[in-house]
Design a protein around this ligand. Structure first.
Ligand SMILES: Cc1ncc(COP(=O)(O)O)c(C=O)c1O
Length: 366
């Protein structure tokens, strides 16, 4: 059996440190915004190279609160990608703003900048690029466009912790960066968690109020806020994993490069493209193939996991039917029909990679 990720194996390698940290936190009994949350926020800001990091309850909340703190509100339009997890668009909809889906680049699967520019209207207030699968978006172009049109930039970094572009970590380039610590993410907790990064002191202060019931001082509420704090026990786990982040990213890249070198030789399967302007951290290793079904069936028969992220782009989801009834986004639709994600995790052994590759070779040869 080869899984998509091996969370059990990773826990075993960290068990001593995590167990000790959890016991210490249980004994300290400071469960809400305790010392581990504060320390993790500082360590994450240091690692990413930004001024402020604010822990929240999930990646979805990071986007939701990040949009509010960036000044986006009801009636605004936010340009984003349809080839992402639903949470990206949900967060825009929660605040009464409208997600405007534009097509993606066929190689990187990231938002197409030309399409973003064409979609700008007087109502546009923000661009929300997603560093999909850990491949950083070409942020220089996004920022130039944002500056020219006075737009905010909310980076969805749920899949890109540790990815960098032009020497800057994702999440430190736009107005805010929004991270998820869902267990399977490159930096994952053992439950839900999220983080918002920013270089603005004002936005960071606002986020600290928003995540804590709109409260700047206990029982003093300046605005309608939320209960969305990063959990103290999750912070213990995240601190242990953050120390190993570089080697986790290297491990993923090692596996990805092994896959890619071999897949270049196999007709009918297109390996992921690295555009060379940044460091891809391979949250997913996603190939394109018109023979996806055949490959997936064969992998399944050999107990090798694979997954389709994402089978239906957001503009075609029933929840957004009213918004974009007749819209065709052909590249996103083509990618959704042909994409297949293969197992990838830092600890994956080369014998496992070889087994996946052999199975793909067999599937396309038959
Ligand atoms: C691209 C993207 N955005 C947002 C989210 C939401 O994160 P969470 O599950 O932590 O709410 C996820 C992951 O689940 C994601 O992959």
């Amino acid at each position: 059996m080869i899984p998509m990720v091996d969370l059990k194996g990773q826990y075993q390698s960290l068990k001593e440190e995590i167990d000790r940290g959890l016991l210490d936190a249980l004994n300290a009994a400071q469960f809400i915004l305790g010392p581990n949350v504060r320390a993790f926020e500082e360590e994450a800001a240091d690692y990413l190279g930004c001024d402020h990091a604010v822990g929240v309850a999930s990646g979805t909340d990071a986007l939701h609160l990040g949009l509010i703190a960036a000044g986006i509100s009801a009636g605004d339009e936010v340009i984003t990608t349809p080839f992402t997890f639903i949470a990206t668009a949900e967060a825009i909809s929660y605040i009464g703003a409208t997600p405007i889906f534009v097509d993606i680049d066929p190689h990187t699967f990231n938002i197409d900048l030309t399409a973003v520019e064409a979609a700008i209207t007087p109502k546009t207030r923000a661009i929300l690029p997603v560093h999909i699968f850990g491949q950083p978006v070409a942020m220089e172009g996004v920022m130039a466009l944002a500056e020219a049109h006075q737009l905010q930039v909310i980076e969805d970094c749920a899949q890109s912790f540790g990815a960098a572009v032009n020497g800057k970590m994702t999440g430190t380039i736009g107005t805010v960066g929004c991270f998820s610590f869902f267990p399977s993410k490159n930096l994952g907790g053992y439950g839900d968690g999220g983080l918002i990064t920013t270089s603005s002191e004002e936005i960071a202060q606002h986020l600290r109020v928003l995540r804590n019931h709109g409260s700047w001082k206990q029982y003093h509420h300046s605005e309608l806020g939320f209960n969305s704090r990063l959990d103290e026990l999750q912070a213990v786990i995240l601190r242990a994993k953050l120390k190993r982040m570089d080697s986790y990213s290297e491990g993923r890249r090692r596996v990805a490069h092994h896959y890619s070198a071999a897949l270049q030789q196999i007709d009918g399967v297109t390996p992921p493209y690295e555009d060379g302007i940044g460091t891809h951290v391979y949250h997913q290793y996603t190939v394109l193939s018109q023979e996806r079904q055949k490959i997936q069936d064969h992998l399944r028969s050999l107990e090798i996991a694979s997954a389709i992220y994402y089978p239906i782009p957001l503009h075609l989801q029933p929840v957004y039917a009213d918004l974009h009834r007749d819209q065709a986004l052909p590249i996103a639709e083509m990618v959704a029909s042909n994409c297949l994600s293969l197992p990838i995790f830092p600890e994956m052994e080369s014998s496992q990679v070889k087994a996946v590759l052999a199975a793909i070779g067999e599937a396309v040869a038959n």
